[in-house]
Design a protein around this ligand. Structure first.
Ligand SMILES: [Zn+2]
Length: 472
């Protein structure tokens, strides 16, 4: 099935506002790959891009609070914990969470109601996770240092092929965060709380050193940021004032708020929630920067641009400001006057497009007797280059160019030779023809052949990267 409405934006701001905020000093900042983010704070909730099922849960009106959330590398790898209106705790797990985690979740869920209620899951990059329920925990692919701490704090623990498990000596896990660069934070009640930073995480260390640790409420480290330099620290609220916090979105400078500071810059709103401004986001729009630099050179929340650079406008933030992502996946605010939208087509996030494409193709192959070729532009139609236009509009061709296919495959979250090879194999003309209805076999074989070749182009370019403008 093709996308019915690729540009549809589901507005969940009302649903988020209807939720009860977390209690004092309770936070959950969940960073996902790309622009995905979910924040729950005592001030309310905010988000960019959520999994479809979570959006449905939120719109269902049955939830009182979102207690915890985390995102893995894959679009389908996520875990949310809700408190329901009628009382009781439920979870929403994405189908793409690691196998070992699934069995831990199943085991806990089939135990007592109390045990299941205490289940929390922290997902990280590259299939890493730590899940816990009461004193029980399970983990996989975390750094040796963090694994050692879990060992140290446990009365019993062991490693299996599918990950590690153990039982804490006391309490439960209150806060855990890590990045592949070996930085991590772990808090186990009053028994243990420590931040470990590796080389290259100097800013994280500096931010930590500037805080009063005894007064710390919460720490989040973005596991998906390039070098582990995206993080958030919140202190406990005192004397009814808004709590101090420190934030950094790699590669921008650290921003922090002390209670004396007034009128925080708009980037604070990304994490410090302003529910009425926010909505679910599933589309973005290409734009080209008109100038080099920032419109206000000293405002670090603005994204630094290069003239002619192709960027993604992820979200309209109001008052002519856009949240923009550049090709290095860095985020920041950009004023409308700096962006040339060049009549480019708004389309779904590549991750969502890729997920739908994969599901649709698998379904199509499973059903067999194929009579029509997938309508590829419905998944990705990003390129508006003149040179590609004749091929894209020719009804005998695929309707997409290699730029579009590149964009779609980037949504796999793992753009590499193996992924391209694996995807290409699905379209091997002889293999594909076997799934086709005899009346249409020859035309479909030709289309599959064309797509097979297009994947080959991407593979060639991956191995021999040409001029940087291709990545656009
Ligand atoms: Zn193109």
């Amino acid at each position: 099935m093709a996308l019915t409405n690729p540009a549809q934006v589901v507005d969940i701001s009302a649903a988020l506002t209807a939720l009860e905020p977390l209690g004092a000093d309770q936070y959950c900042i969940a960073f996902g790959p790309g622009a995905t983010q979910f924040c729950a704070t005592p001030n309310g909730y905010s988000t960019t891009q959520l999994p479809r099922k979570v959006v449905k849960d939120l719109l269902g009106g049955q939830l009182r609070k979102v207690l915890h959330a985390s995102f893995g590398s894959d679009a389908n790898s996520y875990f949310f914990t809700y408190e329901r209106r009628g009382g009781g705790i439920t979870h929403r797990a994405g189908g793409g969470i690691p196998t070992g985690l699934k069995s831990f979740v199943n085991r806990i869920s089939s135990a007592s109601k109390e045990r299941a209620s205490s289940l929390r899951v922290q997902l990280g990059a590259n299939g890493s996770y730590v899940a816990w329920a009461g004193s029980l925990w399970a983990s996989r692919r975390i750094s040796e240092g963090l694994r050692a701490v879990l060992h140290h704090m446990s009365s019993t623990d062991f490693d299996e092929t599918n990950g590690s498990q153990g039982v804490l000596m006391s309490g439960t896990i209150d806060n855990i965060a890590w990045h592949d660069n070996s930085s991590w934070y772990f808090k186990n009640g009053d028994a243990y709380a420590e931040l470990c930073t590796s080389r290259g995480a100097e800013l994280l260390r500096a931010a930590w050193d500037n805080l009063t640790h005894t007064n710390l409420a919460y720490i989040a480290i973005d596991p998906h940021s390039p070098t582990g330099g995206t993080f958030a620290f919140f202190e406990k609220a005192q004397d009814g004032r808004e709590p101090n916090f420190v934030l950094r979105f790699e590669p921008e400078d650290i921003v922090s708020r002390l209670h004396s500071k007034r009128n925080p810059p708009p980037s604070y709103n990304q994490v410090i929630n302003v529910p009425k401004d926010l909505e679910g986001l599933q589309v973005f729009q290409w734009a080209v920067s008109r100038y080099t630099g920032r419109s206000h050179a000293r405002d670090s929340w603005e994204l630094e641009l290069k003239k002619g650079e192709r960027v993604k406008s992820l979200k309209y933030m109001g008052k002519d400001w856009f949240l923009v992502e550049n090709q290095r996946r860095q985020h920041g605010w950009v004023h409308r006057s700096w962006l040339d939208f060049q009549q480019m087509i708004p389309h779904v996030d590549p991750r969502e497009a890729y997920a739908r494409f994969t599901v649709d193709v698998e379904k199509m192959l499973k059903t067999g007797n194929i009579r029509t070729f997938p309508d590829l532009p419905r998944y990705m139609n990003a390129c508006t280059k003149d040179i590609c236009s004749p091929r894209k509009t020719d009804p005998h061709c695929l309707g997409i160019c290699y730029h579009d296919l590149h964009e779609l495959m980037r949504g796999s979250g793992d753009y590499c030779l193996d992924t391209l090879k694996m995807e290409r194999n699905k379209w091997h003309p002889d293999r594909f023809a076997r799934y086709c209805h005899p009346d249409h076999r020859e035309t479909l074989r030709e289309k599959a052949q064309a797509l097979f070749v297009l994947f080959g182009v991407l593979m060639d370019m991956f191995e021999n990267p040409p001029a940087p403008e291709l990545a656009a």
